[in-house]
Design a protein around this ligand. Sequence first.
Ligand code: FRU
Length: 737
Amino acid sequence: MRLQHLFTSLAGAALLLSCSGNSVIEDFEHGLDNWTPQGDVFQGTSQGGDATGYQGAAYLKSVDDDALSGSLTSSPFKIAKPYINMLVGGPRALGFGGPSTAIRLLVDGQEVRTASSISAEPNNLEWISWDVKDLIGKEASIKIDVAPARTFGTRRMPRGYLLVDQIQQGPKRLSSFFDEYAVTLKADKKYILIPGANSGVNSRLSVEVDGVNILGNAQSARPAATDIEYWIPINVEKYAGKDVTVKLTGIRTTDAVYGAVRTSDDPGNDPHETYRPLVHFSPAFGWTNDPNGMVYVNGEWHLALQYNPYGTSHGNMHWGLSISKDLIHWEDAPAIIAPDELGSIFSGSAVVDHENTAGFGKDAVVAIYTSAGAGQRQSIAWSADGGYTFNKYPGNPVLADPAERDFRDPKVNRIGDQWVMALACGQVIRFYGSKDLKEWYFLSDFGTGYGSHEGVWECPDLMRFNYGGQEKWVLFVSINPGGPNGGSITQYFIGQFDGKRFKADPLPYPLWVDEGVDNYAGVTFADAPDGRTVFMGWMSNWAYTGQTPTHVFRNGMTLPRDLSLKSNGRHTILASVPSPEVYAARGAEKAVDGATGADAFELPEILAGNKGAYEIDFTVVPDAKGVFSFNLSNSKGETTVWTFDLERNKLLLDRSKSGLVGFSPSFAAKPVEVKLNPRKEYKCQLFVDKLSTELFINDGDMVFTNCVFPTEVYNRFGVGAQGCKFTVKDVKVYELN
Ligand code: FRU
C-alpha cells in the first residue's frame, strides 16, 4: 500500500515537472491518499472559505479546534532539487520552546527542517522555502503536525492551526522569508552594526567566528523591519581580519535589516539624542534597569548594571559596567558577566574581599548575582584586576532553593567576621551568612507583617548608620508593582541588626526612599570612602519603562545621593541629599532676585543657551496655609507642575502637559500624589537633566524623582499660589555639565 503510494507520488511528481523546473510533491487537488493520518485534526482538503494565497482549487486546512490534534505524514519522496517550497498559513507560532504546530521534513525518521506560519494574516498562505541542497539524493517525507494545546502556569496557549498547499521542489527559493538569515563579513573595522528597532522582528541573534558564537548563547534581538531606530554594535576588534557570520532568525528580504548589516569603526548611534542625560549615567547603547555590584575600588566608582547589549528592551540580561572617577561622568566598559547555562544574570552586588576569605586573592572584587534560568539561584564571579573582568566560579550556583520562585538580588555586606547576604525571597527578605562567599547558611527572615506587601519584594540592601552615637540599621526593599502611585517603588525600614536578625523600630511604615515614581531598585556602593553611604537608583518605573520615548538607549540612574538618618520633627527618617560630587558639575552661579508677599513669581529664562541640564535652588515661605505650586515650562506650552497643598499636606506632580506623555497610559493619567511633611519654609533643590527631575526638599526631608519628556528644553520657571502669599528667596541657577 505504502509502496504503491510511493510510485504514484514519484510518477506524479515527474509528470508535474513544469518548465520552471519545479516538481510538485503535493498540491492537495486530489484528496489525501498520499498521506498517512494520525489523530483527528485533518478531515480532508478544503476549498474557498476565508483562505487566500493558495493555488488551484483546493488546499489543506486543519480543523480549528483546540480539542483536536494530529498529523499527516506524506509518502516518501526523493529530494532532487535545492529547495522545497510550500505555501503555508495559520496563526504565527507562539514562542515557548519553538513551534510544535509545524511542518517538518523527516529524513531517516529525524526532523531535519521545520516550518511554521510566517503570515501576518492567519488565513493567507505564503511561500516558505527550505534550502535542502545538503540533502539532495536522500529519501524524505513531510509531516504536518498540529500539537495538542498546552498550558503554561495559568496561561493556556492555543495550539494554532495550519493551512498548506503546493509543496514542491525546485531550483529556486520562492519565499521572501529566511528561517535563518546569515551574513558573513570580514572584520575589517571595529564593529559590526546590525540595524535594529524596538518595533522590529523578534529574532534570535548569533555572531559566529570559526564556528563559535562569540556572544555566548544566542541572544534575542529586534532587527529592523521598516525604519532603523538604532544600530546594534557588536565589537569585533578581537577578531580583526577574520570572517564573522551574523545569523538572525525570521528575516524577510523586505525587512530593513536584509542586506544592511555592515562593518564600521563607529558604533553608529547618535550619542546626543534628545533625551540623553548630560550628568547622569545612561548606557551608550542598549537597555538598563537596576544598578548592580556598585563598588568603590582603587579610586574609581564602578557601576555594574542590568544590561541588554543587543537591544533597548529588557532581555539578554548581562551585567554591564560603567566607571566614573567623579561619580558624575561615566564611561562604559565592556559588559562583565554574560548569561550562561544557569540563565540570565539578574541583580546582585559586589564586595572587595580585603582578607581573601574566598581564596580568589587579596582585594579580589567578588560579584554575587542571581542566575535566572530554570529557577533563581545565586552565583558568584571574581575579578583579579580591580573589577574590569570577571571569572565565574566553577562551583556555581552557591545558593539554591528549589522551593522558592522569587529568590533573587543578593546584596552582600561584611558585618563583623562574616559576610551577610540580604536576599529577596517572595515577600520576605532572607538573611544568609558566609565565611567565604561560597557556602551560605540561613540566618533569619524579615518582613511578614511589615511595610508594603503590594508587590513582589526585590533588591534589598542593608546598611549601617551612626545616628547620634547610636548604631542603627536600614533595610531597603523594592516592590513591584504596588507603588502608591503605580508601578515600582522602594521602601525602607529602620532598626537593629545583630548579625543574625533584623528587628524594625516601630515607625509609620511604609516609608519610601524616594517619594517619586522614577527611582527603583536603588542600592548603595560597597567600600565608599570616608564611611559614606552612597546611593544610586534606576531612574524609571516598570509600569511604563518599555515605552519611554528614547531610541538608542533606554533608562539611566539617578544622581548619586549620600544617605544618613535624621529626624523629620516627628520621627527618624532616611535622608537623601545630592552627593557632594554633584556640585562639581555646576557651572557659574546665577543668582536671581526673589520676591516677598507675592502671589506669582517668574523666571522667564532659566539659562541663556540652556542645554537641558541645570539645578535651580529656591526657598518658598508661604504666609498661610493654602496651595502654592512651581512649574517648569517651554515655549511650546509644555509644563510640569509641582503643587504643595498645605491644607491637605500633600505634594502633587502633574505631568499631563509635560511633553510626550501618550507613550503609556500609566505615565501621566493621574497626578503623582504623596505626603508632605509640613514646614514653615520649603528649601528646594531641583535638578533637571533632559528627561529627569529630582527635587530635594529641606536637606533630606524628602526626595522626589520623576521623569518627563518635553519636546523642547524647559527654560522658564514660575511660582504661583492660591489662598496664601509667599516669599521666594535664595534663588540660584547653575548649569550642570
Ligand atoms: C528589579 C528586578 C530584579 C531582577 C532584575 C531583572 O527591577 O526585577 O528583581 O533581578 O530586575 O532584570
